[in-house]
Design a protein around this ligand. Structure first.
Ligand SMILES: Cc1cc2nc3c(=O)[nH]c(=O)nc-3n(C[C@H](O)[C@H](O)[C@H](O)COP(=O)(O)OP(=O)(O)OC[C@H]3O[C@@H](n4cnc5c(N)ncnc54)[C@H](O)[C@@H]3O)c2cc1C
Length: 234
């Protein structure tokens, strides 16, 4: 647990960054729907992403209260920026809890520094609130898996390098038949749909991803086969 003094120090750093850097550019970012990658690289250097990643995994190891304080300050600056922070927190939490040592070593640092942009991929045309409706499937092959299907309304889809994709691995097993795969979004068979134009948080890039016979290595599986639904929902 962090001392209150440390929590307030991190909050003040986020507050100053928000007032001095984010706030002045918020209106233009929202009007032009620009993706502020430079800003995110800057925030990565300051340690504002992956706030809860433990120190032994290379993160700042802050607690949930500190994460909430940072999100509050970033949201006051511009909600799309907080949105990116929340997305990275979601993905790094999944990796810390379920990743192998190799996955963590290879990915965490690049994700926290925003050098690799990520997407959290659950929603499909037939699966919104009811996640059990997903149809994207991963079929076992000799050296790994073959991914087919598609996702919609995915934050960062137009710009992301890596997708954390929930796919069906056993059609008969309901909630226990889904698994998460870490997908290279520059791989053969991955294509991106058009960017959505929204009424708010317009610098957050949202769109669709399609997977057409995408070959995944064994190492792309995150956590246990069949536990993807529970991992994402917890
Ligand atoms: C800006 C934006 C960014 C997003 N980013 C991501 C992302 O990064 N990754 C991702 O996977 N998804 C993302 N989504 C998708 C989002 O998670 C879904 O929109 C959400 O899960 C709801 O699904 P739906 O839109 O299909 O609505 P539906 O599931 O069709 O729901 C429509 C309405 O019906 C209600 N409803 C549904 N089922 C029931 C029921 N059984 N009883 C009573 N009421 C019910 C819901 O509460 C809702 O009000 C994003 C969406 C938006 C708008």
């Amino acid at each position: 647990m962090m001392s209150q003094e440390m929590q307030l120090q991190v909050r003040d750093m986020a507050r100053n960054f928000s007032n001095e850097i984010i706030r002045p550019m918020a209106q233009e970012l929202d009007e032009k729907e620009n993706f502020p990658h430079e800003l995110y690289l800057n925030m990565g250097e300051l340690g504002l992403f992956g706030i809860g990643v433990p120190e032994e995994d290379g993160g700042p190891g802050c607690d949930t209260v500190t994460y909430a304080l940072v999100m509050e300050e970033l949201s006051r600056g511009y909600s799309s920026v907080a949105d990116q922070c929340g997305l990275i927190e979601l993905i790094t939490t999944l990796l810390v809890r379920h990743g192998t040592l190799k996955q963590k070593t290879q990915l965490l640092s690049d994700i926290m520094s925003a050098k690799k942009l990520v997407a959290y991929c659950i929603t499909e045309p037939e699966a919104g609130t009811d996640v059990s409706g997903i149809r994207t499937k991963a079929t076992k092959c000799d050296d790994g898996w073959v991914l087919n299907g598609g996702k919609i309304w995915i934050h960062n889809a137009p710009v992301a390098d890596l997708g954390f994709v929930l796919a069906r691995t056993d059609p008969e097993a309901g909630h226990r038949g889904m698994s998460i795969f870490i997908v290279d979004l520059h791989a053969k068979g991955v294509s991106r749909g058009t960017k959505e134009h929204k009424m708010g948080q317009r610098a957050s890039q949202v769109g669709a991803l399609n997977f057409d016979d995408v070959i995944l290595p064994e190492a792309a599986l995150l956590g246990q086969v069949g536990r993807g639904f529970h991992m994402m929902m917890s």
